[in-house]
Design a protein around this ligand. Structure first.
Ligand code: ZN
Ligand code: FE
Length: 265
């Protein structure tokens, strides 16, 4: 008897611009295709034509131009629908379907749940496929770092990261930028005794030397090595001279401010 296989997404990572990643999602069972945060259209159209795919949806995590830059061109070229959470002050070009926390996006047999993750911007969202253990987080959580505060508050972003932390630990985090090496340089300064972090950074350096992506990363690895998910860690607090009893959200605020001023030399 033939077993019915669960939905599965093929995820194609397209590096563009200086350090952006675009993700092309293909529902293998039906050939349905979506693209997450298309900064530019050329490489997306090339990938689609090489694979003989048509684009059904654009999924936008937020309104910044390096995430929506190709919205109108791709819509004109493919007739796709654009899905995101728009607001008057954070406008997504060509938006067709406005989604909110808990909404589902169906891509063939695959389903992605919308998570609202304010902080980097006020209306930032992520798309999570539980069945495929994948979450597309835009500029909220980065490998070894997190997004800057460009619209939301530190408390917003702290709470959004806590929400991501609660996803299953084997979830792969697909962020929108290759920032891992510079994020890691900062992480090492605030968490110098973390062996898992030191080991990860060795691997990151090797990968980058070979021009390989360090994204996606497993959520469990982020929880073990990303200081922005480790605001309860006594060693980080001791390194920063933060006394016990300080609220985690305040540790986070402190870390975020330090990172804003941090320069890799
Ligand atoms: Zn952004
Ligand atoms: Fe970005």
């Amino acid at each position: 008897m033939k077993e019915i296989t669960p939905s599965s997404l093929e995820i194609i990572q397209i590096p563009v611009l200086r350090d952006n990643y675009i993700y092309l999602l293909l529902d293998v069972a039906t050939g349905s295709t979506a693209v997450v945060d298309p900064a530019v259209e050329g490489p997306v159209l090339k990938e689609l034509s090489e694979r003989g795919l048509n684009l059904s949806f654009i999924l936008n995590t937020h309104y910044h131009s390096d995430h929506v830059g190709a919205n109108l061109a791709l819509k004109a070229a493919t007739g796709c629908s654009i899905i995101g959470k728009s607001a008057s002050e954070e406008m997504i070009p060509g938006l067709d379907v406005r989604v909110l926390e808990g909404d589902w996006v169906s891509l063939g047999a695959s389903r992605l749940k919308v998570l609202e993750l304010p902080g980097h911007t006020r209306h930032h969202i992520a798309f999570w496929s539980e069945a495929d253990a994948a979450v597309f987080v835009g500029d909220t959580l980065f490998a070894l770092g997190c997004g800057r505060l460009l619209g939301g508050t530190a408390l917003d972003l702290f709470q959004s990261l806590q929400k991501l932390k609660d996803l299953p630990s084997e979830t792969l985090v697909y962020c929108a930028h290759e920032y891992t090496q510079s994020n890691g340089a900062f992480a090492l300064t605030v968490d110098p005794r973390n062996e898992a972090l030191a080991l990860r950074m060795q691997r990151v350096r090797e990968a980058r030397k070979l021009g390989r992506p360090t994204v996606p990363s497993k959520l469990s690895l982020e929880c073990a090595t990303n200081p922005f998910l480790r605001t309860d860690d006594p060693f980080i607090k001791a390194t920063l001279g933060i006394p016990h009893g300080v609220l985690e959200e305040d540790v986070f605020r402190h870390l975020r401010a330090m990172k804003d001023d941090f320069r890799v030399v």
